[in-house]
Design a protein around this ligand. Structure first.
Ligand SMILES: Nc1ncnc2c1ncn2[C@@H]1O[C@H](COP(=O)(O)OP(=O)(O)OP(=O)(O)O)[C@@H](O)[C@H]1O
Ligand SMILES: [Mg+2]
Length: 624
């Protein structure tokens, strides 16, 4: 829940509503007009009913017969009022609905757009689950009070109108109104204040329950294989129980307050009848006026609740809005430059790091950020292949992210063909470099869409060419619908090696001038991995090879590189050819040998998917 007292929650909530009104002023005006029309008609109906009783029924009872003309007039008036009331309700509902859902859609778009603009560094600090709920339930919660807002505004106008008409009728009856309306209002305020923390708690528990459910589906493999079904079920049951209790406490409060809110206006009607009877006897008011006022009290009760609905939603709205604003106000996007790197004939690019220092920002601002890379200087000359080798956590993926400008250095520069990457346009960067990330990501779409990504100039021919380069044409051709096969989340499941090669083909299809492979073929059979790299270095079509920065472990792969950069703890420790480093750097030799041994052991128990094409359950789940 938002911090602060409930008073400033109301103040802040009203400011959020003010923003909503400023964003959709016309629709809001329509809704409020409808609501005010409704309110005025409610008052009017009370006076017409009073008129019918006073001018038609009472004389009729006295006389024993009804005057047709008066009755017809009253009927026509009531009918007219009903029609206007319906129009008012229609305008209010339609306006409120439009306003609420439009705001939701607008802010969902703004939030997701912002996610894409924010740098990777920001995403590193924010959990996926939180981002999902920002875009969904937080946006919804922020605009919940919009639904009853026009009703509440119309009701306020109506209450003022009611009090004025009471004073015009009789001061004594007006005093009853002045006692009852504020009491009704106060009761609503107390109700919503009591309700707010309970609702907030229920909301939080809802999120927790769905979080646990999500985690146990996601981790179903672990849960099952570790025999943790009972514990997981218990964990879920405990939270679900808490949610039940929270919702029951909401219901209990409703049970107490709803009857009070129903009863208060009835007591008001009773008071009106008592006071009114006295005033009637004194000759201060007529029967018409008494019936009108009594009826007014009964019809006012319901609309007054609308004010309570708005107040009850404000805390949730403020909490949701705070979280939405945190995303919208987040800073740190990386502005692109103006320089375009578009050589007439695509030639491999030169990548250079000059004394680059980098550190991830701490998850919380007060924690110190540690340096992950320091004094990193190296070059990938045009058309050459450089292998990046180092123990886990050494900073290889970080170097890869810097090379394609997913993050910017703290100090130092990264250049492409001599131009600082910060000066390049987005399009130039996208067409020059391609990263195949350590964790392959496949969209829930067809193979074709996954590779082409709607980029111009990438037709089926280019897709197949890229697949061939990535040694993926074989398995794609064998898929039930070839390029049209759906893959990813709900499509055909791919093995880890297949996924990797698909993402590699995606990178290759854009014919990048610099290719950054972050451990991108580790799940592929070693022989195939070497074949892929050899193919990239010497394209079959005779074209110029791309420059390649490759994070690798396998001896066969590393041996193909023109140069090897060996990193340890964020520093370049040694560089040279594979053979040189094997002979001179003990750490390097140990790492390569250890990896090789581990791989051999693995190979005895595991077959790569190239050997046994697999699409069956368990292994696919392990890949995810
Ligand atoms: N998003 C992040 N936030 C904070 N620290 C990070 C983040 N990503 C990586 N690090 C840290 O930066 C250092 C370098 O990580 P990096 O991923 O670059 O290593 P790596 O060499 O790619 O390792 P691996 O071989 O396991 O892939 C590690 O100490 C890691 O803990
Ligand atoms: Mg890595």
């Amino acid at each position: 829940m938002a911090s602060g007292t409930s008073r400033d929650v109301v103040g802040r909530g009203l400011r959020v509503l003010g923003r909503a009104i400023r964003e959709q002023p016309r629709i809001f005006a329509v809704a409020v007009t409808g609501s005010v029309l409704f309110g005025l008609m409610v008052i009017a109906s009370a006076y017409v009913v009073g008129g019918v009783v006073g001018k038609v029924v009472v004389p009729a009872v006295a006389r024993g017969s009804v005057t047709d003309g008066a009755l017809a007039l009253a009927a026509a008036a009531l009918f007219g009022i009903s029609v206007l009331r319906v129009v008012g309700i229609f305008g209010r509902r339609l306006g409120a609905g439009y306003m609420q859902y439009r705001l939701q859609a607008t802010y969902r778009r703004r939030v997701t757009r912002r996610y894409l603009d924010l740098p990777l560094a920001w995403h590193h600090r924010n959990a996926t689950g939180t981002l999902l709920s920002n875009a969904n339930s937080d946006v919804e919660a922020a605009w919940y009070p919009i639904a009853p807002l026009p009703f509440a505004v119309g009701t306020l106008v109506m209450l003022v109108g009611a009090v004025v008409s009471l004073f015009l009728t009789d001061w004594a009856l007006a005093l009853v109104g002045l006692a009852v309306f504020p009491a009704l209002f106060a009761l609503n305020v107390v109700y919503s204040r009591r309700m707010a923390p309970r609702q907030a708690r229920a909301q939080r528990l809802r999120a927790e329950v769905s979080g646990i459910a999500h985690e146990s589906f996601d981790g179903a493999l672990v849960v099952k294989t570790m025999g943790r079904e009972a514990q997981e079920t218990a964990r879920f049951a405990a939270r679900a129980g808490d949610l039940r209790d929270a919702l029951i406490s909401v219901g209990r409060l409703r049970g107490v307050f709803d009857p009070m809110l129903e009863t208060l206006p009835s007591l008001g009607t009773l008071a009106v009848l008592v006071v009114g009877a006295i005033r009637l006897r004194q000759g201060a008011i007529t029967v018409t006026e008494l019936v009108s006022v009594a009826f007014l009290f009964t019809v006012l009760a319901f609309p007054v609740r609308a004010i309570g609905w708005v107040l009850a939603e404000l805390p949730r709205s403020v909490a949701g809005w705070d979280r939405v604003r945190r995303v919208l106000d987040a800073t740190g996007e990386m502005p692109y430059g103006e320089v375009a790197l578009d050589p007439a004939t695509p030639a491999p690019a030169t990548l250079a790091f000059h004394d680059v220092h980098f550190g991830y920002e701490p998850a919380e601002a007060h924690l110190p950020g540690t340096e992950v890379l320091g004094e990193v200087t190296f070059t990938v000359p045009a058309g050459k292949t450089v292998a990046l080798v180092g123990p886990t956590g050494a900073g290889k993926s970080t170097i890869a992210s810097l090379a394609v400008r997913l993050v910017d250095p703290r100090t130092g520069t990264v250049t492409l063909d001599g131009v600082d990457v910060r000066q390049l346009t987005a399009a130039s960067l996208a067409s020059t470099v391609a990263l195949v990330a350590q964790v392959p990501f496949v969209f829930d779409d067809t193979v074709r869409a996954n590779i082409a990504l709607d980029r111009p100039g990438i037709g089926d021919e280019e897709v197949w060419a890229a697949l061939r380069l990535a040694e993926a044409d074989g398995f794609v051709a064998a898929l039930p619908e070839g390029l049209d096969t759906m893959v990813g989340e709900r499509g055909t499941s791919l093995s880890g090696g297949q996924r990797q090669r698909l993402t590699l083909a995606r990178a290759l299809a854009g014919r990048p001038r610099l290719l950054v492979l972050d451990d991108a073929t580790s799940a592929v059979d070693p022989r195939v991995e070497a074949a892929i790299l050899a193919g990239l270095r010497a394209p079959a079509d005779g074209g110029a090879p791309a420059s390649i920065l490759v994070v690798a472990y396998r001896r066969a792969t590393i041996a193909l590189a023109d140069e090897v950069i060996y990193v340890e703890q964020g520093r370049v420790v040694a560089r040279g050819t594979h053979t040189d480093l094997l002979a001179t750097v003990p750490g390097y030799a140990d790492l390569v040998t250890a990896y090789e041994q581990a791989e051999q052991e693995r190979e005895q128990t595991r077959t790569y998917d190239e050997v046994t094409p697999l699409t069956s359950g368990l292994e696919v789940e392990v890949d995810r």
